[in-house]
Design a protein around this ligand. Structure first.
Ligand SMILES: Nc1ncnc2c1ncn2[C@@H]1O[C@H](COP(=O)(O)OP(=O)(O)O)[C@@H](O)[C@H]1O
Ligand SMILES: [Mg+2]
Length: 252
């Protein structure tokens, strides 16, 4: 059993007086794909931003078993953690190639000079990006933009990639394509923390999953088991529900 790459415990995040994440504990091992599913407003993005050090949080965060005293973005990046936020934040007026190059800037600053090789690896995962390497990011389709955002994050050679709703706004066929790519990251040895409202798609590619409801963990387990959990089916998968007889019309 490999040691956990990331472990958080009793994580709490507040916006002013309002607590958006309550005492969340979760872990992810090297090379594992872990999903956090939950409805809109459950606190998924807040959780990712706090793990990345973009929002202040209370609780413990361990990387490779070592407790981080303060969670800061620079330190998380240096430890190999990358976040693809819900707003993809691509540079629309720049080419695919230049967007990718920017993703490799932080390792370049640390003296690594293997950006060309890394870009070839990204192109191997996303051949479509190679075909469109000179196209402006703003002119890409939604699915291609998502691939570019993931590719750009991969340029930094992360050990843990955190994806905030990669399926958001994409047509079902494209969702499948993007999530197949997420599954293939397993072969690169990259661990993925996948946050999704699209529970079915996320559970199909994840090893394990946590269910976040109103800022707190409601359930966790093996993704395959959750796919067959009646409560998950009823609440998140919208199938297998017995046809509900229509409610009697209110009197009067
Ligand atoms: N900047 C903010 N200021 C105040 N409240 C916020 C802010 N961002 C999110 N929230 C609130 O925190 C809760 C969790 O939001 P969020 O993390 O975006 O959920 P999710 O990503 O699961 O949809 C929601 O109730 C939301 O309204
Ligand atoms: Mg969100």
């Amino acid at each position: 059993m490999s040691q956990n790459l990331l472990e958080i415990s009793d994580f709490c995040v507040s916006y002013g007086a309002v607590q958006a994440v309550h005492q969340v504990s979760l872990s992810i091992a090297e090379g594992e794909i872990v999903a956090v599913i939950g409805p809109n407003g459950a606190g998924k993005s807040t959780l990712l931003c706090a793990i990345m050090g973009l929002l202040p949080a209370s609780g413990q965060l361990r990387l490779d078993g070592l407790a981080m005293r303060r969670i800061q973005v620079e330190a998380m990046v240096a430890h190999g953690v990358a976040l693809v936020p819900e707003k993809r934040e691509l540079f629309g007026e720049m080419s695919v190639h230049d967007n990718l190059l920017l993703g490799g800037f932080s390792p370049w600053r640390r003296g690594q000079r293997d950006q060309a090789q890394r870009m070839q690896e990204v192109f191997a995962i996303f051949p479509r990006l190679q075909e469109r390497r000179n196209q402006l990011a703003a002119t890409l389709s939604g699915g291609e933009r998502q691939m570019l955002a993931i590719g750009r994050a991969l340029m930094a050679r992360p050990r843990l990639l955190m994806l905030d709703e990669p399926s958001l706004g994409l047509a079902p066929l494209i969702v499948r394509e993007v999530l197949q790519v997420v599954a293939s990251l397993r072969q690169l040895g990259v661990a993925v923390l996948l946050v999704e409202q699209n529970a079915r798609a996320a559970l199909q590619v994840a090893d394990r999953a946590y269910v976040l409801e109103m800022g707190a963990l409601a359930l966790s387990g093996q993704a395959q088991a959750l796919l067959h959990d009646q409560r998950i089916i009823d609440t998140y998968l919208g199938m297998g529900r017995p046809a509900t007889p229509s409610a009697p019309a209110p009197a009067g």
